[in-house]
Write a protein that binds this ligand. Sequence first.
Ligand code: SF4
Length: 302
Amino acid sequence: MITFGPVPSRRLGRSLGVNNIPKKVCSYDCVYCQIGKTKLLSVERREFFKIDEILKEVSDKSRNSEYDYITFVPDGEPTLDINLGQEIKALKDLGKIAVITNASLLWVEGVREALHHADWVSVKLDAARKGTWKKIDRPHFSLSFEKVLEGILEFSKQFEGTLVTETMIISEFNDSEKDLVEIAKLLEKINPKTAYISVPTRPPAYSVKPASDETLDLAYVMISSRGIDVEILSKPEVGSFEIGDDPKKGILSITAVHPMRESDLKKALEDKGYDFSIVEELLQEKKLEVLEYGGVRFYRKR
Ligand code: SF4
């Protein structure tokens, strides 16, 4: 399934998700990625689904759903989809469009052009120093840090919608004072509407630890003192997940992108009158896996 949810989003309210990149194809292999290690590290922009297929699925799903945004937030990097601009333009009649991108391809004019049609864009900014970027985001070998930063700055000057940034802070990766100062300086140049600072709230791809609360507070002070609105996202989202009328498909489509807490999964099933045996079946069929993080059980599509 290309669409999922709607799901609760800490930044967007109710988000109707569009998974326009299947099977974890990404230009990064971030140490904290919640959907696992990157299976295909790539910077090649191409077609993953036919445009009509995406439009039909989103249009069908939108009819029975209440949402604030249609959000391109795939199982990989959304700007690798060569048709992204056309899809955004075509879907605008159905609601506001958000895109959550790792920003690694913003130096490509076609990517900036595609994103200009969106209403809300979130760009990743985990590092302002090359060594830190390589360590935390584990980029494709062909990417140049300088070009990635140029692309972000260029886009920030041109984009007329709402531009926000997201910075994940990981202990011993990008939480040194030097890293935080450089990130704050760069954010001042980008001047996003809001700079979101976050820590992993779902199981990360590699064995890493979130930054401490003290570090998050320090980052908050450093960035906000430069006149940027900052929000810290260190708690999970609150709200119900919509699994639709085919619960197995619904669970798999959400957990491909958002590993779900057991409590959220139980609630989503109860809302539709189903019990937890559906999850047991998916586990037996080896379509779902269980992960533990912070003392909580999560379910993720295998
Ligand atoms: S967090 Fe985003 S950019 Fe990083 S590896 Fe996962 S999907 Fe790719």
